[in-house]
Design a protein around this ligand. Structure first.
Ligand code: PLP
Length: 399
């Protein structure tokens, strides 16, 4: 017998599969609303001018050596300041264990491995729905998941009651994954008061927060405001873990640059935890890539370049917000009788349209519009040139 006759084909990734089908379509009017990457108003990827400037500054660098296992130290310090706040007590108190990671996915995976090894027997509570790869990550790390209610289809908003009820019954010591902002795929974020309620309950029940922050700045256009959930939890005295990604907010998708951090009780605890984070990274990939970390460090450590970057993040977020308004207006102008408030109420890269899988099929088969079967559209794929075509297609699918 051969070696691999028993290997069956793995199911396609639900998100990447959409792009494959889009590429195979020959209709010139086709629209890709599947993948979560920013596009400008002409549908093109955008390299941020601040990133271009950072590239200019690092070009010609003779440093091509390995980074340490934990990556670029100053980059990590810049990163945690961006997330926890310039004057965060836990940073001053040297309570933060940190390591440069392979973007958001790599941070999530390292956390899952850390949880499996050092928070033994604990389960991970994951919002329903969530980014589909979360399920794979914790499964492969052998950490059991429990789904907690997050989204209420009737209101197309947050299921706060369901969420609080489920978490109030979770055993002490459980880990709860929270999307820090711009929840993927629903676009639904808790309000300030709701975050305070969730934080209070989690403190009371001794639940450990793991924040996945893949979109800092992308929700409101303001990196400080988008960190509010995290800051509320810090204020409430939580210890927590955080995954950061620069894929979306700096457009560094392919550079795989992110940061993984854990807030501990003391400097000595942080030192031990950090050493164990490195012990997990070393056998997986030895050390992270250099280039992206150099770029991010250039931007975050130079006040004027950082200010420029803040403006560029806001520009991306504002374009997306204006497309939400335009899509809703187009649907309303077509006389569609349904409510489309959720398009503008939701925030971040995605809109959870409420389209059924059958309606999604109709959009794809009859209008060459590609999106995931859960009805999620990437607002970044919408522009002034295709919004009316999209509105008409949704209108006819939902009549
Ligand atoms: N977490 C969430 C919620 C995401 O939506 C994504 C990307 O789509 C990621 C993590 C990981 O992104 P990356 O690994 O490209 O940083």
């Amino acid at each position: 017998a051969g070696w691999f006759g028993h290997v069956t084909e793995a199911p396609r990734d639900p998100i990447l599969g959409v792009t494959e089908k889009y590429l195979a379509d020959t209709n010139p009017m086709k629209i890709n609303l599947g993948v979560g990457a920013y596009r400008d108003d002409s549908g093109q990827p955008w390299v941020l001018p601040s990133v271009r400037e950072a590239e200019r500054r690092v070009s010609g660098s003779h440093f091509m050596e390995y980074l340490p296992i934990g990556g670029h130290r100053q980059f990590c310090e810049d990163s945690v300041r961006l997330a926890y706040g310039e004057h965060a007590e836990v940073i001053k108190g040297k309570q933060v264990a940190m390591l440069q990671s392979l973007s958001g996915t790599g941070s999530c995976r390292l956390f899952a491995e850390f949880q499996g090894r050092w928070m033994k027997g604990s389960k991970i509570y994951i919002p329903q729905p969530t980014w589909s790869n979360h399920h794979n990550i914790f499964k492969d790390a052998h950490v059991h998941e429990v789904l907690y209610p997050y989204y209420k289809p009737e209101t197309r908003g947050l299921d706060l009651e369901g969420l609080l009820d489920c978490l109030s019954k979770a055993p002490a010591g459980s880990v709860v994954m929270l999307h820090a902002c711009a929840h993927n795929p629903t676009g639904v974020d808790p309000t300030t008061e709701q975050w305070q309620q969730i934080s209070g309950l989690m403190r009371e029940k001794r639940l450990f927060p793991f924040f996945d922050m893949a979109y800092q700045g992308f929700a409101t256009g303001d990196c400080e405001r988008d960190a509010q959930a995290l800051r509320i939890f810090l204020q409430d005295g939580h210890r927590l873990a955080l995954s950061q990604s620069y894929a979306k907010n700096m457009g560094l998708y392919g550079q795989r640059v992110g940061c993984f951090s854990i807030v501990c009780d003391s400097p000595s605890e942080a030192k031990a935890v950090e050493s164990q984070m490195k012990a997990l990274a070393r056998p997986m990939y030895s050390n992270p890539p250099l280039h992206g970390a150099l770029l991010v460090h250039q931007i975050l450590s130079d006040p004027s370049l950082k200010r420029q970057w803040f403006g560029e993040v806001k520009l991306m977020a504002d374009r997306i917000i204006s497309m939400r308004t335009l899509l809703r207006e187009n649907l309303e102008q077509l006389g569609n009788p349904l409510s489309w408030n959720h398009i503008t109420d939701q925030i971040g890269m995605f809109c959870f349209t409420g389209l059924t899988p059958e309606q999604v099929n109709k959009l794809t088969n009859e209008h060459s519009i590609y999106l995931t079967r859960n009805g999620r559209i990437s607002m970044a794929g919408v522009n002034t040139g295709n919004v009316s075509q999209l509105a008409q297609a949704i209108h006819s699918a939902r009549e």
